[in-house]
Write a protein that binds this ligand. Structure first.
Ligand SMILES: Cc1ncc(COP(=O)(O)O)c(C=O)c1O
Length: 385
């Protein structure tokens, strides 16, 4: 059985380091916050070049804390991508804000700055850009749009800690940037975890306050905050993984290169078989997500756009290759956002949008540093996809 993400192989590879780090925390008696968490925060700041790195309970919490720190009020509008995981829109809605859904680029699948611009109204307060599947959103344009309209920018890098754009590391593009350490993420822990990044000292102070019950001094609560802290055991796991993270990113890139070569050959065979008796003549193309010029990706997902998704999925099932659909419907069509559809720019193109098309074509294949892509490709060849 091929795992979609091989967390077991990763644990085996660094087992003695994990065991030592976990035992040290258990023996220390310090389970929340403390020196291991502080050291991890310094290492995260050093890795990204961000001035402040502040850990918290999850990526979703990180988004909520960021919105609170930036002063989101009920009725404020925030522009989010229509095609992504629900968390950005959900957090806006939870705090009484109104998410407005921007369309995406059809090839990179990143949120479109042009679509964001069309959604700005006098009520718009900010933008949450998502680094979807591991590469950065188009920040030159998004930052310009935010600046020109006096909006704040949150960079949701839940899937892209370790990516870069024109040499600038992810987690440094927003007024506040966030990431997630959910186990399936490229840098994941053994439970929930997240972090916020900012260059702004005032925001960093607010973030720490909010994440810790609004308190700096024990039992003195300056504001109403929340409880969102990273456990020391998760920090210890992350510190081990961070030591190997650059090597893992290289392996993820190498796995991607193999997949890309396979699908390029597959699509060439289709093109040259047109009108012939070859079985390729009636196949539909399968095109990997495009990585934009200047971007490096963490390949949090290896996602392709399949013209005929149903038959591709049938072949994957035959070959016993696991897959995921990230994501089966755009956010503006989710039941929980019913009534907000008119706030969706992507719905304005006669009901069609790149987000809708992507949701009908995407398929994600197994991807991590320990994925046996050679075996997957061999199986794909056997099923003559
Ligand atoms: C783009 C994006 N934002 C936020 C989150 C939320 O992260 P968490 O699961 O740690 O709450 C995720 C998790 O999948 C995500 O993919």
């Amino acid at each position: 059985m091929i795992p979609f993400i091989n967390v077991r192989a990763q644990r085996e590879a660094y087992l003695s380091e994990f065991k030592q780090a976990e035992q040290d925390v258990l023996d220390s008696g310090c389970f929340i916050g403390g020196p291991v968490v502080q050291t991890l925060e310094s290492e995260l700041a050093e890795f990204t070049g961000a001035k402040h790195a502040i850990t918290c309970g999850s990526g979703t919490d990180a988004l909520t804390i960021a919105l609170l720190a930036l002063g989101l009020k009920p009725g404020d509008e925030v522009i989010v991508p229509d095609f992504t995981f629900i968390a950005p829109a959900e957090c806006v809605m939870r705090l009484g804000g109104i998410p407005k859904f921007a369309d995406i680029d059809p090839e990179t699948l990143q949120v479109s700055a042009e679509s964001i611009t069309k959604l700005i109204t006098p009520k718009t307060k900010g933008i949450i850009a998502v680094n979807l599947f591991g590469q950065c959103a188009p920040y030159a344009e998004i930052q310009e749009c935010a600046r020109a309209n006096s909006l704040w920018l949150i960079e949701d890098s839940a899937q892209a800690f370790g990516a870069s754009q024109n040499g600038v590391p992810a987690c440094t593009f927003g007024d506040i940037s966030i990431t997630s350490f959910y186990p399936a993420k490229p840098l994941g822990c053994y439970g929930d975890g997240g972090a916020l990044f900012t260059a702004n000292d005032e925001l960093a102070k607010k973030i720490r306050l909010i994440a810790n019950h609004g308190s700096q001094t024990r039992y003195i609560h300056e504001i109403c905050g929340m409880n969102s802290r990273l456990d020391a055991i998760q920090a210890a796991v992350l510190r081990v993984k961070l030591r190997h993270f650059k090597d893992e990113l290289k392996k993820r890139s190498e796995n991607t290169r193999k997949y890309d070569e396979f699908f390029a050959e597959y699509n060439r065979n289709i093109s040259s078989a047109q009108g012939s008796a070859s079985h390729f003549a009636n196949r539909a193309k399968i095109v990997p997500q495009k990585i934009a010029d200047g971007n490096t990706s963490t390949y949090a997902q290896y996602t392709v756009l399949a013209e005929d998704r149903q038959s591709f999925i049938a072949k994957l099932d035959d070959a016993k290759i696991p897959y995921c659909i990230h994501y089966p419907q755009p956010l503006h069509t989710q039941p929980c956002f019913k009534g907000l559809a008119q706030a969706c720019e992507s719905a304005s193109r006669d009901g069609a949008s790149n987000a809708i098309e992507a949701s009908q074509k995407v398929v994600s294949l197994p991807m991590c540093a320990f994925t046996d892509v050679d075996e997957i490709i061999a199986r794909l060849r056997k099923t003559t996809i």
